[in-house]
Every structure is written in structure tokens, then in C-alpha cells.
Ligand binder design. Structure first.
Ligand SMILES: [Zn+2]
Length: 234
């Protein structure tokens, strides 16, 4: 699950150094909101340990999920709604959360859900198609270990093909870089890949608490990393 993504890169020239780059389209928080993606504490009383979310280190997070043969099978719908229930519980408790993938709750099925506060979108057997070589730097966190922030580099322009729960083929072609990052984060889960595997370098793994103290500084790190010739980004 991508608890949230913040972005800093050449694709966002409007971002100014020193200005927190809270491009959290998944949270739909307006720019300028003080520290919008970094709540100090869960807003509810939900104990993460009570949710059936696998923690970092659980071997289940490293397994390959299998494609769903019949998305319209009622059992698939039941799995998807169970996943959605956990997703909503996390969002209600923590006040953020952009997406979740079935293996995060031990279901090795290729199902993901994203939610940009416009309602959950359930994708079965999602396939990511990079449209361009350009990549953008992001700060991501994950529901499986939400206290960690990881700076990653991902393709900024993608398309996604998937099936909906009625079995129909669907596609998304115009996707914002933030949304693309979340979808790729979730699809990575289906292949046993975590965002720590995508960290751009050792500076790119930090605590949420450290990030929250100076998000503008960490945003600038992303911008620097994206600069050609410095760290190979872009
Ligand atoms: Zn995750």
C-alpha cells in the first residue's frame, strides 16, 4: 500500500525550493496546507496491529501473486471487498492512504485498490505500460511499515490495463505522475517488490518523523536527485 506519495522533480517546475511539495493527489489536500501528509498520530483509535496487514519482513510480502482467472467470480469480489475493508479501516485510523494490494493482507491475488478520495477503484490483473523513459522522484510510504519514508524513482507516464469486478477490460491512459507512482507501488506488491527495493540511495530511507520535521528539505533532495549529472535521475 502506498500510504502517500509526495513528489519533487523536473516534471513539476512550479515547485519552489523551500515549498513543501505535497502533491498528494491521493489525499486531495490543497497546496499550502500545513504539513498535510504528515499527521502526527493516527486520528482514530485503530491499532495497526489489529489490522490483518503483513508487517515488513513477513515472507508473504515477498511472494508472487497469481492472476485472477475470473474477475466476476463472487469469491474474487469477496476478496476485493475484504481488502477494501482493511484499506478503509487504515485510512479512517491514520487519515491517509492512497492504495493497497491484496498480498498486503496475505491474499496472493493480483488485485489492487487505489483511492484519491474520489472513491475506491478496484483493479484486477493490472498491467502497467510505461509510455516514456522520463522518471520522477517521489517520497513514498507503505501501509505495511508506515513509519518509514522512502525516496524512489518511478516512470512518470504510464498507462494501465485492468479488469473490473464485472470482468470487463478497462484502461486508464491519462494518469498523473503521483497516481502513476501509487499504481506502480501497488503493482510492485503483486510481484513481491517493496518500495525500499526502489530507494534511490541510502539517503532515501528515513523515518516519517524526520520527514515531518522538514518536508521542504527532503523535497529538495528529490529535486537534486532528479538533476541530470548529479545522481543519474531524470
Ligand atoms: Zn505498500
Amino acid at each position: 500500500m502506498a500510504a502517500q506519495v509526495s513528489r519533487a522533480g523536473r516534471s513539476a517546475p512550479q515547485e519552489q525550493a523551500g515549498t513543501p511539495s505535497h502533491h498528494c493527489s491521493f489525499l486531495h489536500l490543497s497546496a499550502g496546507t500545513a504539513n498535510p501528509i504528515m499527521p502526527d498520530a493516527p486520528s482514530g483509535s485503530m491499532d495497526l496491529n489489529r489490522l490483518p496487514i503483513l508487517p515488513l519482513g513477513d515472507p508473504g510480502l515477498r511472494k508472487q501473486s497469481i492472476p485472477v482467472r475470473d474477475p466476476a467470480d463472487p469469491a474474487v469480489k469477496a476478496d476485493a471487498y475484504r481488502l477494501l475493508g482493511v484499506f478503509r479501516a487504515f485510512r479512517n485510523a491514520y487519515g491517509y492512504g492512497a492504495g493497497i494490494a491484496a498480498p498486503q493482507i496475505g491474499l496472493l491475488r493480483r488485485i489492487i485498490i487505489i483511492d484519491q478520495d474520489t472513491g475506491p477503484l478496484i483493479m484486477v490483473n493490472p498491467e502497467v505500460l510505461p509510455l516514456h523513459d522520463r522518471q520522477t522522484c517521489f517520497w513514498e510510504s507503505c501501509m505495511c511499515f508506515p513509519d518509514l519514508m522512502v525516496m524512489t524513482r518511478r516512470a512518470a507516464e504510464i498507462a494501465v490495463n485492468y479488469r473490473s469486478l464485472d470482468g470487463k477490460m478497462s484502461a486508464i491512459r491519462e494518469i498523473s505522475p503521483d497516481t502513476a507512482a501509487v499504481i506502480r507501488h501497488e503493482v510492485d506488491h503483486l510481484d513481491g517488490i517493496l518500495h525500499v527495493d526502489r530507494a534511490v540511495d541510502s539517503r532515501g530511507i528515513i523515518s516519517r518523523k524526520a520527514y515531518g520535521k522538514d518536508p521542504a528539505y527532503f523535497s529538495r533532495l528529490c529535486q537534486e536527485w532528479n538533476r541530470p549529472g548529479l545522481s543519474g535521475g531524470g
